[in-house]
Design a protein around this ligand. Structure first.
Ligand SMILES: [Zn+2]
Length: 288
């Protein structure tokens, strides 16, 4: 259903393969959460978004003891859309900008490149290398230069890790995420290259999300389930990557809800806002 009006919300959960094994948030069974709207599609200059949900956390569970509304977008806004050709992230972030979203948490999963990582672990990366070749529309979201310093908000990152540690035995609080070009997975040689470049996990979603979040002036942090070993890392591994999702989705769902609830805007002390940098390059006449 196309919604003409974009709700004003400060918080967004971008769902991914960390939570796709269940109907989120309904099947998570979180007390203090009420689903307000479902099936909300929005028209944007990049096309129509996937259906999103709006839920409310009541004052008894939030850090500032006020009720808060949260926009939930399933599977990174991709659904049937091609991440390469159809700008699903740009559709989503256009809506988030209009909504006034300031705090974004994302979940996902990926292949473990670092041999220390095992399927079933969680990792909250603090940086990325973008191996994709997609066209960037970043300047359409903000004309300023988008600096990648502390691209993962340190404050939101700490909240995510703290909440994750309550439910998972092994949570890695740092790491580099190799963003690969979907829809295919990486070859063994590509994974070797990414490991040589000090990447720990490979996946397809951290970019352009992280940069778009910064461009719209929002804080962003994400956490990923290691669903499998990356190609060539452990050839003996025989489970399918889907085996783990149904088991972990409700747990990761609760982590995401608790983390959104734990954000206290009054206590956020990061410097994310300082990383949109003005430039006077446009004022120079380079042709002379
Ligand atoms: Zn921040």
């Amino acid at each position: 259903m196309i919604c003409k009006e974009i709700p004003k919300v400060l918080y967004c959960h971008i769902g991914g393969s960390g939570t796709w094994g269940c109907e989120f948030p309904e099947e998570v069974g979180f007390e203090g959460l009420t689903v307000l709207k479902t099936g909300m599609e929005f028209e944007t200059p990049y096309g129509t978004t996937v259906p999103m949900k709006l839920y409310e956390l009541d004052a008894s569970v939030t850090a500032d003891h006020k009720p808060r509304q949260v926009l939930y977008c399933p599977f990174h806004g991709w659904a049937h859309l091609s991440a390469f050709n159809e700008t699903p992230s740009e559709r989503l972030f256009w809506v988030l900008k209009e909504a006034g979203v300031k705090y974004i948490l994302a979940d996902g999963s990926g292949g473990g490149i670092n041999p220390l990582l095992e399927p079933g672990d969680l990792i909250a990366p603090t940086d990325f290398i973008d191996y994709t070749k997609r066209i960037s529309y970043l300047e359409q979201f903000n004309p300023l230069v988008t600096r990648m310093r502390d691209i993962v908000c340190p404050d939101l990152h700490d909240i995510l890790v703290e909440e994750a540690q309550k439910d998972f035995r092994r949570v890695f609080r740092t790491g580099v995420y190799a963003v690969s070009e979907g829809p295919r997975f990486e070859s063994a040689a590509e994974v070797r290259m990414q490991w040589n470049a000090h990447c720990d996990i490979c996946g397809q979603t951290m970019m352009p999300e992280a940069a778009l979040a910064r461009a719209i002036g929002a804080h962003y942090a994400s956490i990923y389930l290691i669903s499998n070993y990356a190609e060539g890392i452990n050839p003996q591994w025989e489970k399918t990557i889907h085996a783990i999702y149904e088991e972990t989705a409700p747990k990761i769902g609760r982590i995401m809800i608790r983390s959104i609830a734990a954000i206290d805007p009054e206590k956020i002390a990061c410097h994310c806002d300082d990383n949109l940098v003005g430039t006077n390059i446009g004022e120079h006449n380079r042709g002379v």
